[in-house]
Design a protein around this ligand. Structure first.
Ligand code: 7TS
Length: 417
C-alpha cells in the first residue's frame, strides 16, 4: 500500500492549508478562484484525492463478501473509516455509525424506520421553522400516511429559535424533536443541550441535523446526548455520495431495517429472513465503498488540523465578514449577530436578484450560492424569496472577504442603485 504524506500536526496558517486543496489554484474568468460556497459543498484536500485514487488503483473489490485479498483489504479500509468517524463524533461504538448517502438519506431512514414504528395519530413531531427541506419533507410525507401532528418552533426576528412557547410545543404528546444544529441560511447555532434537556423531560427523542455543524465545529454525540445525528461527507472535505446516521445503539436495535437486500440480512429463507447485526442491518446492497474510505481520510485531515481550530478560524472570518458586509449600503443580512452564528452569511442587496449577484460575482472568480438554499420556509419567514449566501471553511481568508466586498460594491453599481 502506498504511503501518504503525513499531515503536519502544527498548523502554520491558512496558506499552508490552502496548498492542500488543488482546486484553489484554479482561475475562474481569469481571476483566482474565491470559493465561498462551502455550505453547499466543500473542496477536497489532496489526501482525500489520493486515498480515492489509491483505493481504485490498488484495492478495489466488494466489501464483506469475498474471501480474497482485495476484498479483505477493501473491507478493512471501509470498516476502519467507520471507526475513525465514530471517534470523530465520539460515538460509544462503531455499531452506532451507519453509512448512508448523506444527511437527507439519514433523516429519511429515521422517518421510515423509527417513525413508521413509533408514530400514530395523536403523537407530535416537533421541528423548527429554520429547517432544510430534508428535515421537513420526510416528516410531511409520513404525516400524510400516519396521521400524527407536525409542529414547529418559530424563529425570532433576530433569527434565533423562539423558545418562549417551548412549553406548549414540547409536551407529553411530542415523540420526536428533530432540529438543525446550525442553520444553512441564518447561520444560527441552536442550543442543542438545552433542547435535549427539555425533550428528555417529556420523554421525546432528539434528532439533530448536523450537516452544517459536524464539518465546522467539534460535535460530541455523547456530550450532547442526542439520539440521532445526521451529516454528509461532501461538506467536510470528503467525497459526495456518502454520509452518516449516528444513532444510539438501543434505538437502532429496536428499529426495523430501512432497505432490504444483500448485506443487511443474517439469513434469508423463502419463508422469511433474519436481519444482520448493527450497523449492517441498515446498509443494504453494495455501499459507497471508496467514498466511505475517502470520508475517513477527510475526518483524519480535519482531526489533524483540529476542529477547535477550524471553528475558531471560521468565527474570526464570520466576525470580519459581518462587519464588512454591514458597511455595504442596502445589504441586509439574515440571522443573528456573529456571536450566535456559524461560518455563513445569507443576505440580500437592495432589489438585486441573488442570481444576478451570483453571476456578477462569478465574473470576478467568486463563488457564492444564490436561491432558497432548500429552506423556503425560513425565507418566507423573513419575507424574501431568495438570498445570496457566502459560506466559509478552513481555507478561506480575510482577503477573500475583502474581494467579496469589492465584488458586491461593483455589482451594486452595475445592477441597481
Ligand atoms: N441539512 C442542512 C442543514 C443542509 O445545509 C443540507 C444541505 C442538508 C441537510 C442536506 O444535505 P445533503 O448532503 O443530504 O444534500 N445544504 C445545502 C445548501 O445549503 N446548499 O446546498 C446544499
Amino acid at each position: 500500500m502506498r504511503q501518504f504524506p503525513s499531515l503536519a500536526m502544527e498548523v502554520e496558517g491558512v496558506d499552508k492549508i490552502r496548498q492542500d486543496f488543488p482546486i484553489l489554484q484554479r482561475q475562474i474568468n481569469q481571476k483566482p478562484l474565491v470559493y465561498l460556497d462551502n455550505a453547499a459543498t466543500s473542496q477536497k484536500p489532496t489526501l482525500v484525492l489520493q486515498v480515492l485514487d489509491d483505493y481504485y488503483r490498488c484495492h478495489n473489490a466488494n466489501v464483506h463478501r469475498g474471501v480474497h485479498t482485495l476484498s479483505e483489504e477493501a473491507t478493512a479500509s471501509y470498516e476502519h473509516a467507520r471507526l475513525r468517524i465514530a471517534r470523530f463524533i465520539n460515538a460509544a461504538s462503531y455499531k452506532e455509525v451507519i453509512f448512508t448517502r448523506g444527511t437527507t438519506e439519514s433523516i429519511n431512514l429515521v422517518a421510515h424506520t423509527w417513525g413508521r414504528t413509533n408514530l400514530r395519530p395523536g403523537d407530535e413531531v416537533l421541528i423548527t421553522a429554520m429547517e432544510h427541506h430534508s428535515n421537513i419533507v420526510p416528516w410531511q410525507i409520513l404525516q400524510a400516511q400516519l396521521g400524527f401532528t407536525l409542529r414547529h418552533i418559530s424563529v425570532t426576528p433576530d433569527g434565533l429559535l423562539d423558545l418562549s412557547e417551548l412549553d406548549s410545543l414540547l409536551t407529553e404528546r411530542t415523540k420526536l424533536l428533530s432540529l438543525v444544529h446550525v442553520s444553512n441560511v441564518l447561520g444560527t447555532i441552536n442550543p442543542v443541550p438545552e433542547l435535549v434537556a427539555a425533550a428528555r423531560r417529556v420523554g421525546a427523542i432528539v434528532l439533530v441535523d448536523g450537516a452544517q455543524s459536524v464539518p465546522h465545529m467539534p460535535v460530541d454525540v455523547q456530550a450532547l446526548d442526542v439520539d440521532f445525528l445526521a451529516f454528509s461527507s461532501h461538506k467536510l472535505c470528503g467525497p459526495t455520495g456518502v454520509g452518516v446516521l449516528y444513532g444510539k445503539r438501543a434505538l437502532l436495535e429496536e428499529m426495523p431495517p430501512f432497505l432490504g437486500g444483500g448485506d443487511m440480512i443474517r439469513e434469508v429463507k423463502l419463508s422469511g429472513s433474519q436481519w444482520n447485526t448493527l450497523p449492517y442491518k441498515f446498509e443494504a446492497g453494495t455501499p459507497a465503498i471508496a467514498q466511505a474510505i475517502g470520508m475517513g481520510a477527510a475526518v483524519d485531515y480535519l482531526t489533524a488540523i483540529g476542529m477547535d481550530w477550524v471553528h475558531e478560524h471560521e468565527q474570526q472570518l464570520t466576525r470580519y465578514a459581518y462587519e464588512r458586509l454591514g458597511q455595504i449600503a442596502g445589504l441586509r443580512m439574515l440571522g443573528p449577530g456573529p456571536e450566535a452564528r456559524g461560518g455563513l452569511i445569507a443576505f440580500t442587496l437592495g432589489d438585486i436578484h441573488p442570481h444576478d449577484l451570483s453571476a456578477a460575482l462569478d465574473h470576478e472568480g467568486i463563488a457564492i450560492r444564490a436561491g432558497h438554499h432548500c429552506a423556503q420556509p425560513v425565507h418566507d419567514h423573513f419575507g424574501v424569496v431568495a438570498s445570496a449566501r457566502a459560506s466559509f471553511y478552513l481555507y478561506n481568508t480575510p482577503d477573500e472577504i475583502d474581494q467579496l466586498v469589492v465584488g458586491l460594491e461593483k455589482a451594486r453599481k452595475l445592477l441597481a442603485f
